[in-house]
Design a binder for this molecule. Structure first.
Ligand SMILES: *Cc1c(COP(=O)(O)O)cnc(C)c1O
Length: 306
């Protein structure tokens, strides 16, 4: 466990790296195929370098979004494991990829041909409609790149099936499943690529009640009603949105969020100086995602990366 004071002194983020490793081991045990740990976007804000170091032994390899991400943390030197770059290749210089032991994802004949020496991986379009190869162009790209591995970005089982369909009989290693499809045995294919599932229950974000008051009428910009409420120094500038939090073991409402502060509805027992858990202690990213109208990945990025 380590702590870091985020930019805003009102917020403390705890990342439990041991939990990330347990998650990686659990996924590896359950999937029965190699795990390519997705550590793009600085491991969803948790810190790609420390996450990669912690889980290197438990996983088969890594996925980043760009060559620059792998280079920035010295991923190959740090872990001795190869990575796949999931985004569109930022350079067609094969040497640059080989040097970092990162395999570029390619979707066009031009990319595949230029990057052949870097052992490119084919990205097949099964619905995302961006930097991916249409089923009809698969053979040309395989030929141009000497491709032996292909994947698709999938959140539904039909997409994993479409990948198999589009590449059938070519003897490729295939993968499709991110966190959303880990529980679908049919989607596991030859490897799985979880991001979110690795970071589950590993993050706690806390702030403190800097003041507590009894309402004498409508409060804040929105004029919300609350008998007792408190204030934390964390606002939308730090990624927070209205929803819920945990105070002294109880779920409490966050009725309004300002730029750098937020209101928290309180009970009689809550006091200034008490801790407000904005993420963690049973309040999962998935749950906040429903309240905020976004994905669980976005919740992590917003609250952890700040
Ligand atoms: C981000 C990403 C993943 C991981 O997604 P999670 O839902 O966080 O597990 C897997 N595959 C691709 C192509 C991605 O871009």
């Amino acid at each position: 466990m380590f702590k870091c004071d985020a930019m805003d002194k009102g917020v403390v983020v705890d990342v439990d790296l041991g939990r990330v490793r347990q998650n990686a081991e659990k996924v590896a045990g359950m999937a029965g195929v190699p795990v390519y740990a997705v550590i793009k976007a600085d491991a969803y804000g948790l810190g790609a370098q420390r996450v990669a170091r912690e889980i290197a032994e438990a996983v088969g390899g890594f996925c980043v979004f760009s060559l620059a991400e792998a280079r920035a943390i010295g991923l190959w030197k740090l872990t001795g494991k190869e990575a796949i770059s999931l985004g569109p290749p930022e350079t067609l210089d094969a040497e640059a990829w080989i040097e970092q032991h990162v395999r570029p994802a390619v979707s066009t004949v031009e990319q595949a041909r230029a990057l052949r020496e870097a052992r490119p991986v084919l990205c097949v379009d099964t619905g995302m409609g961006r930097f991916a190869c249409r089923a009809g162009d698969v053979d040309a790209v395989i030929e141009a790149g000497g491709i032996d591995e292909a994947f698709t970005h999938a959140t539904r089982l039909e997409q994993a099936r479409a990948l198999v369909e589009a590449t059938q009989g070519r003897g490729l290693k295939l993968h499709a499943a991110g966190s959303a499809l880990l529980n679908e045995p049919e989607a596991r294919l030859d490897a799985v690529r979880p991001g979110l599932a690795l970071y589950r229950d590993a993050v706690t974000v806390r702030a403190r009640l800097i003041e507590v008051r009894r309402a004498e009428g409508p409060v804040g910009y929105t004029g919300f009603g609350a008998r007792r409420y408190g204030v934390v120094l964390c606002g939308y500038a730090r990624g927070l949105r209205a929803g819920e939090c945990v105070v002294n073991g109880r779920r409490r409402r966050i009725p309004e969020v300002g730029m750098q502060s937020a209101y928290v509805e309180l009970g009689e027992e809550d006091r200034a100086g008490d801790e407000v858990v904005l993420l963690g202690e049973g309040l999962a990213p998935e749950e906040l995602a429903r309240m905020w109208g976004c994905t669980a990945q976005e919740v992590l990025l917003r609250l952890v990366a700040g």
